[in-house]
Design a protein around this ligand. Sequence first.
Ligand code: AFP
Length: 310
Amino acid sequence: MGEGISDYTRYIVDLRRHMWLEGVETELRRLIWQIAVTGKYISAKIHESNRKLAGFRNIYGEEQLSLDRSSDEILKNQLQNSGFVREYASEEQDSVVQIGKGHEKYYITADPLDGSSLVDTNLAIGTIIGIHREPILSRGRDSMVAALYITYGPLITMIYSAGTGAHEFVLNREGEYVLSQENVRMDERGSIYSPGGLRKDCTDGHIKYLEYLESEGYKLRYSGGFVPDFNQVLIKRGGVFTYPALKKSPNGKLRLLFELQPMAFIMEQAGGMATNGKEDILSLKVTEIDQRSPVYIGSRFEVEKAREFL
Ligand code: AFP
């Protein structure tokens, strides 16, 4: 029997079955499934846009939406049609958009295409989603029930958590999300660090923290895309990603609602931590949709260590 055929005899757990086995409630299951499927459409858009790298041109000379904007459109339309979402807040929108009729259970935050400036370099990029049961301007810890992110790299992978651990799926050739790692667990300590921001703009405490990590032999891993950089720390089960307070922007660069809360939710579910250097990301009160925060996210040792230096 050829290798290809025996593939089909393997017992695979697909995303829907996994969520059912985990006891995720029906509507949430359907919503997560819908978002994962939307990742396939966004990925198709990325491929379409990458055709430009291969010399293809839009034959009609039409103005095309940027990849971020078209990913946002795709996501918003899919969520609107799902019937489960009351409000949609996206990095691409100026305000929270009411997309439901008012009785739906969920409120969604989205960074539809994070790292879009990396598309032309062919580096990995991603989609980040937070799922809330309460209006989003509160504390993530009070309102979030699930989070997921999709990495568009050599493979498309998806990690979700609905509050019972963090689980990784890979999109196979048949277009199914197949379980690749159940219950990803962070080690107490890792060996990589992923630091955003220019060192000359950082505070003394943060620079000393980086020097400490370097003196301990931590290896630098930074692509400039939050999704793949975070994913590397999570999948390697240790280390830290940080985008710190900068002298001119004390709240750093990354957005609390769209980028940090979902990843903090997943990291905590994997046994790691996420703080702004003092407080947990999920304990921070969000008052504006484009609120930013410094972040230290990863295994416990490195995140707690940051607190000592700051
Ligand atoms: P883009 O979506 O504009 O590419 O920004 C990506 C990002 O928000 C996040 O994915 C990175 O961690 C961070 O910016 C990188 O910022 P620096 O370019 O300042 O390192």
